[in-house]
Design a protein around this ligand. Structure first.
Ligand SMILES: [Cu+2]
Length: 294
């Protein structure tokens, strides 16, 4: 009678050196900690740099608030990667070290109370941690300190924007204050992007935005603010930012508001405070002499 595998009687396999569970345990002991350390080091070191990959698609933030939002976003990804690596690791580990080797029914684990408590409690802890950081950062982003350096009243309408600076008066204009109007974007007209309404704000100062709509719901979005806020008729919305770096770009409406929603663009200029004061003084002078006509 040949001694092939199928002829061997069923039952526990002999635990000879170099085979079965002790071998698996040795391999796991040898490679397990190294793999975990490598994963942690990889995550920690790539997290030190700021590039498109480590920001996980988020824009380069240009306000204090945006930095907090992007950091929260990165933290959520680190948590997701950690859970993913752990789960994938355990799947791969069990596939490699516990693959079927015979028809013997494996050791059955049932009613293991500690393990069941563990995988009930761990998700609660994960949700709790994510909730804590989200609530903390949301409170920071939504905070409205009492005395902002610059106030901008934003009015959204179909299909453009009006920006008013109530701290900077223009007595001879019908608006009474610096008012920036423009044209709806039209790509058929060369250079039309220079006719868009202008929103200019200073670096390093707190800027309060008061949002209002005259018709339907719009939404105010400057991509590197990493933030959007709805502009709702009869429901004033507010938010405040502290810009940290210079930026020139396009802001947009991000709530489908009608036929020309996609053309509801505006110019954004984040500039040094001195340049902002110069610009606003020039706006005051020109709007005063023109009576507010732009
Ligand atoms: Cu809109």
């Amino acid at each position: 009678m040949s001694l092939n595998r199928s002829a061997r009687p069923r039952g526990p396999e002999p635990r000879s050196a170099g085979s079965g569970r002790p071998r698996r345990a040795r391999l796991a002991r040898r490679w397990g900690p190294g793999a975990v350390i490598a994963a942690v080091v990889l995550l920690a070191t790539t997290g030190c740099q700021s590039n498109a990959f480590t920001r996980m698609g988020a824009p380069v933030p240009i306000t204090k608030q945006a930095k907090v939002i992007v950091t929260l976003w990165q933290g959520s990804w680190v948590a997701a990667w950690a859970v993913g690596i752990l789960v994938w690791g355990m799947i791969i580990w069990s596939v490699i070290f516990f693959r079927k080797r015979s028809d013997r029914v494996p050791y059955q684990v049932r009613y293991n109370l500690p393990i069941e408590i563990l995988y009930t409690v761990v998700p609660f802890i994960m949700v709790g941690v994510l909730f804590y950081f989200t609530a903390r950062d949301e409170n920071y982003v939504d905070a409205l300190p009492a005395h902002p350096d610059v106030v901008v009243n934003v009015t959204g309408f179909q299909w453009s924007w009006e920006f008013q600076y109530p701290q900077y008066k223009v007595p001879r204009s019908e608006y009474g204050e610096v008012t920036e109007l423009g044209q709806m974007w039209n790509g058929d007209i060369p250079g039309n992007e220079n006719q868009l309404p202008v929103l200019e704000v200073p670096i390093g100062e707190t800027v309060r935005f008061n949002l209002a709509s005259t018709d339907v719901i719009h939404s105010f979005w400057i991509v590197p603010f990493a933030f959007k806020r709805d502009v709702i008729p009869d429901h004033p919305n507010h938010f405040e930012v502290t810009p940290t770096s210079a930026y020139t770009g396009i802001g947009r409406c991000t709530e489908l508001c009608g036929l020309y929603h996609s053309r509801m663009l505006f110019q954004v200029k984040v500039v040094p405070a001195a340049q902002f004061r110069k610009w606003i003084a020039a706006q005051q002078a020109s709007q005063n002499s023109s009576g507010g006509v732009q």
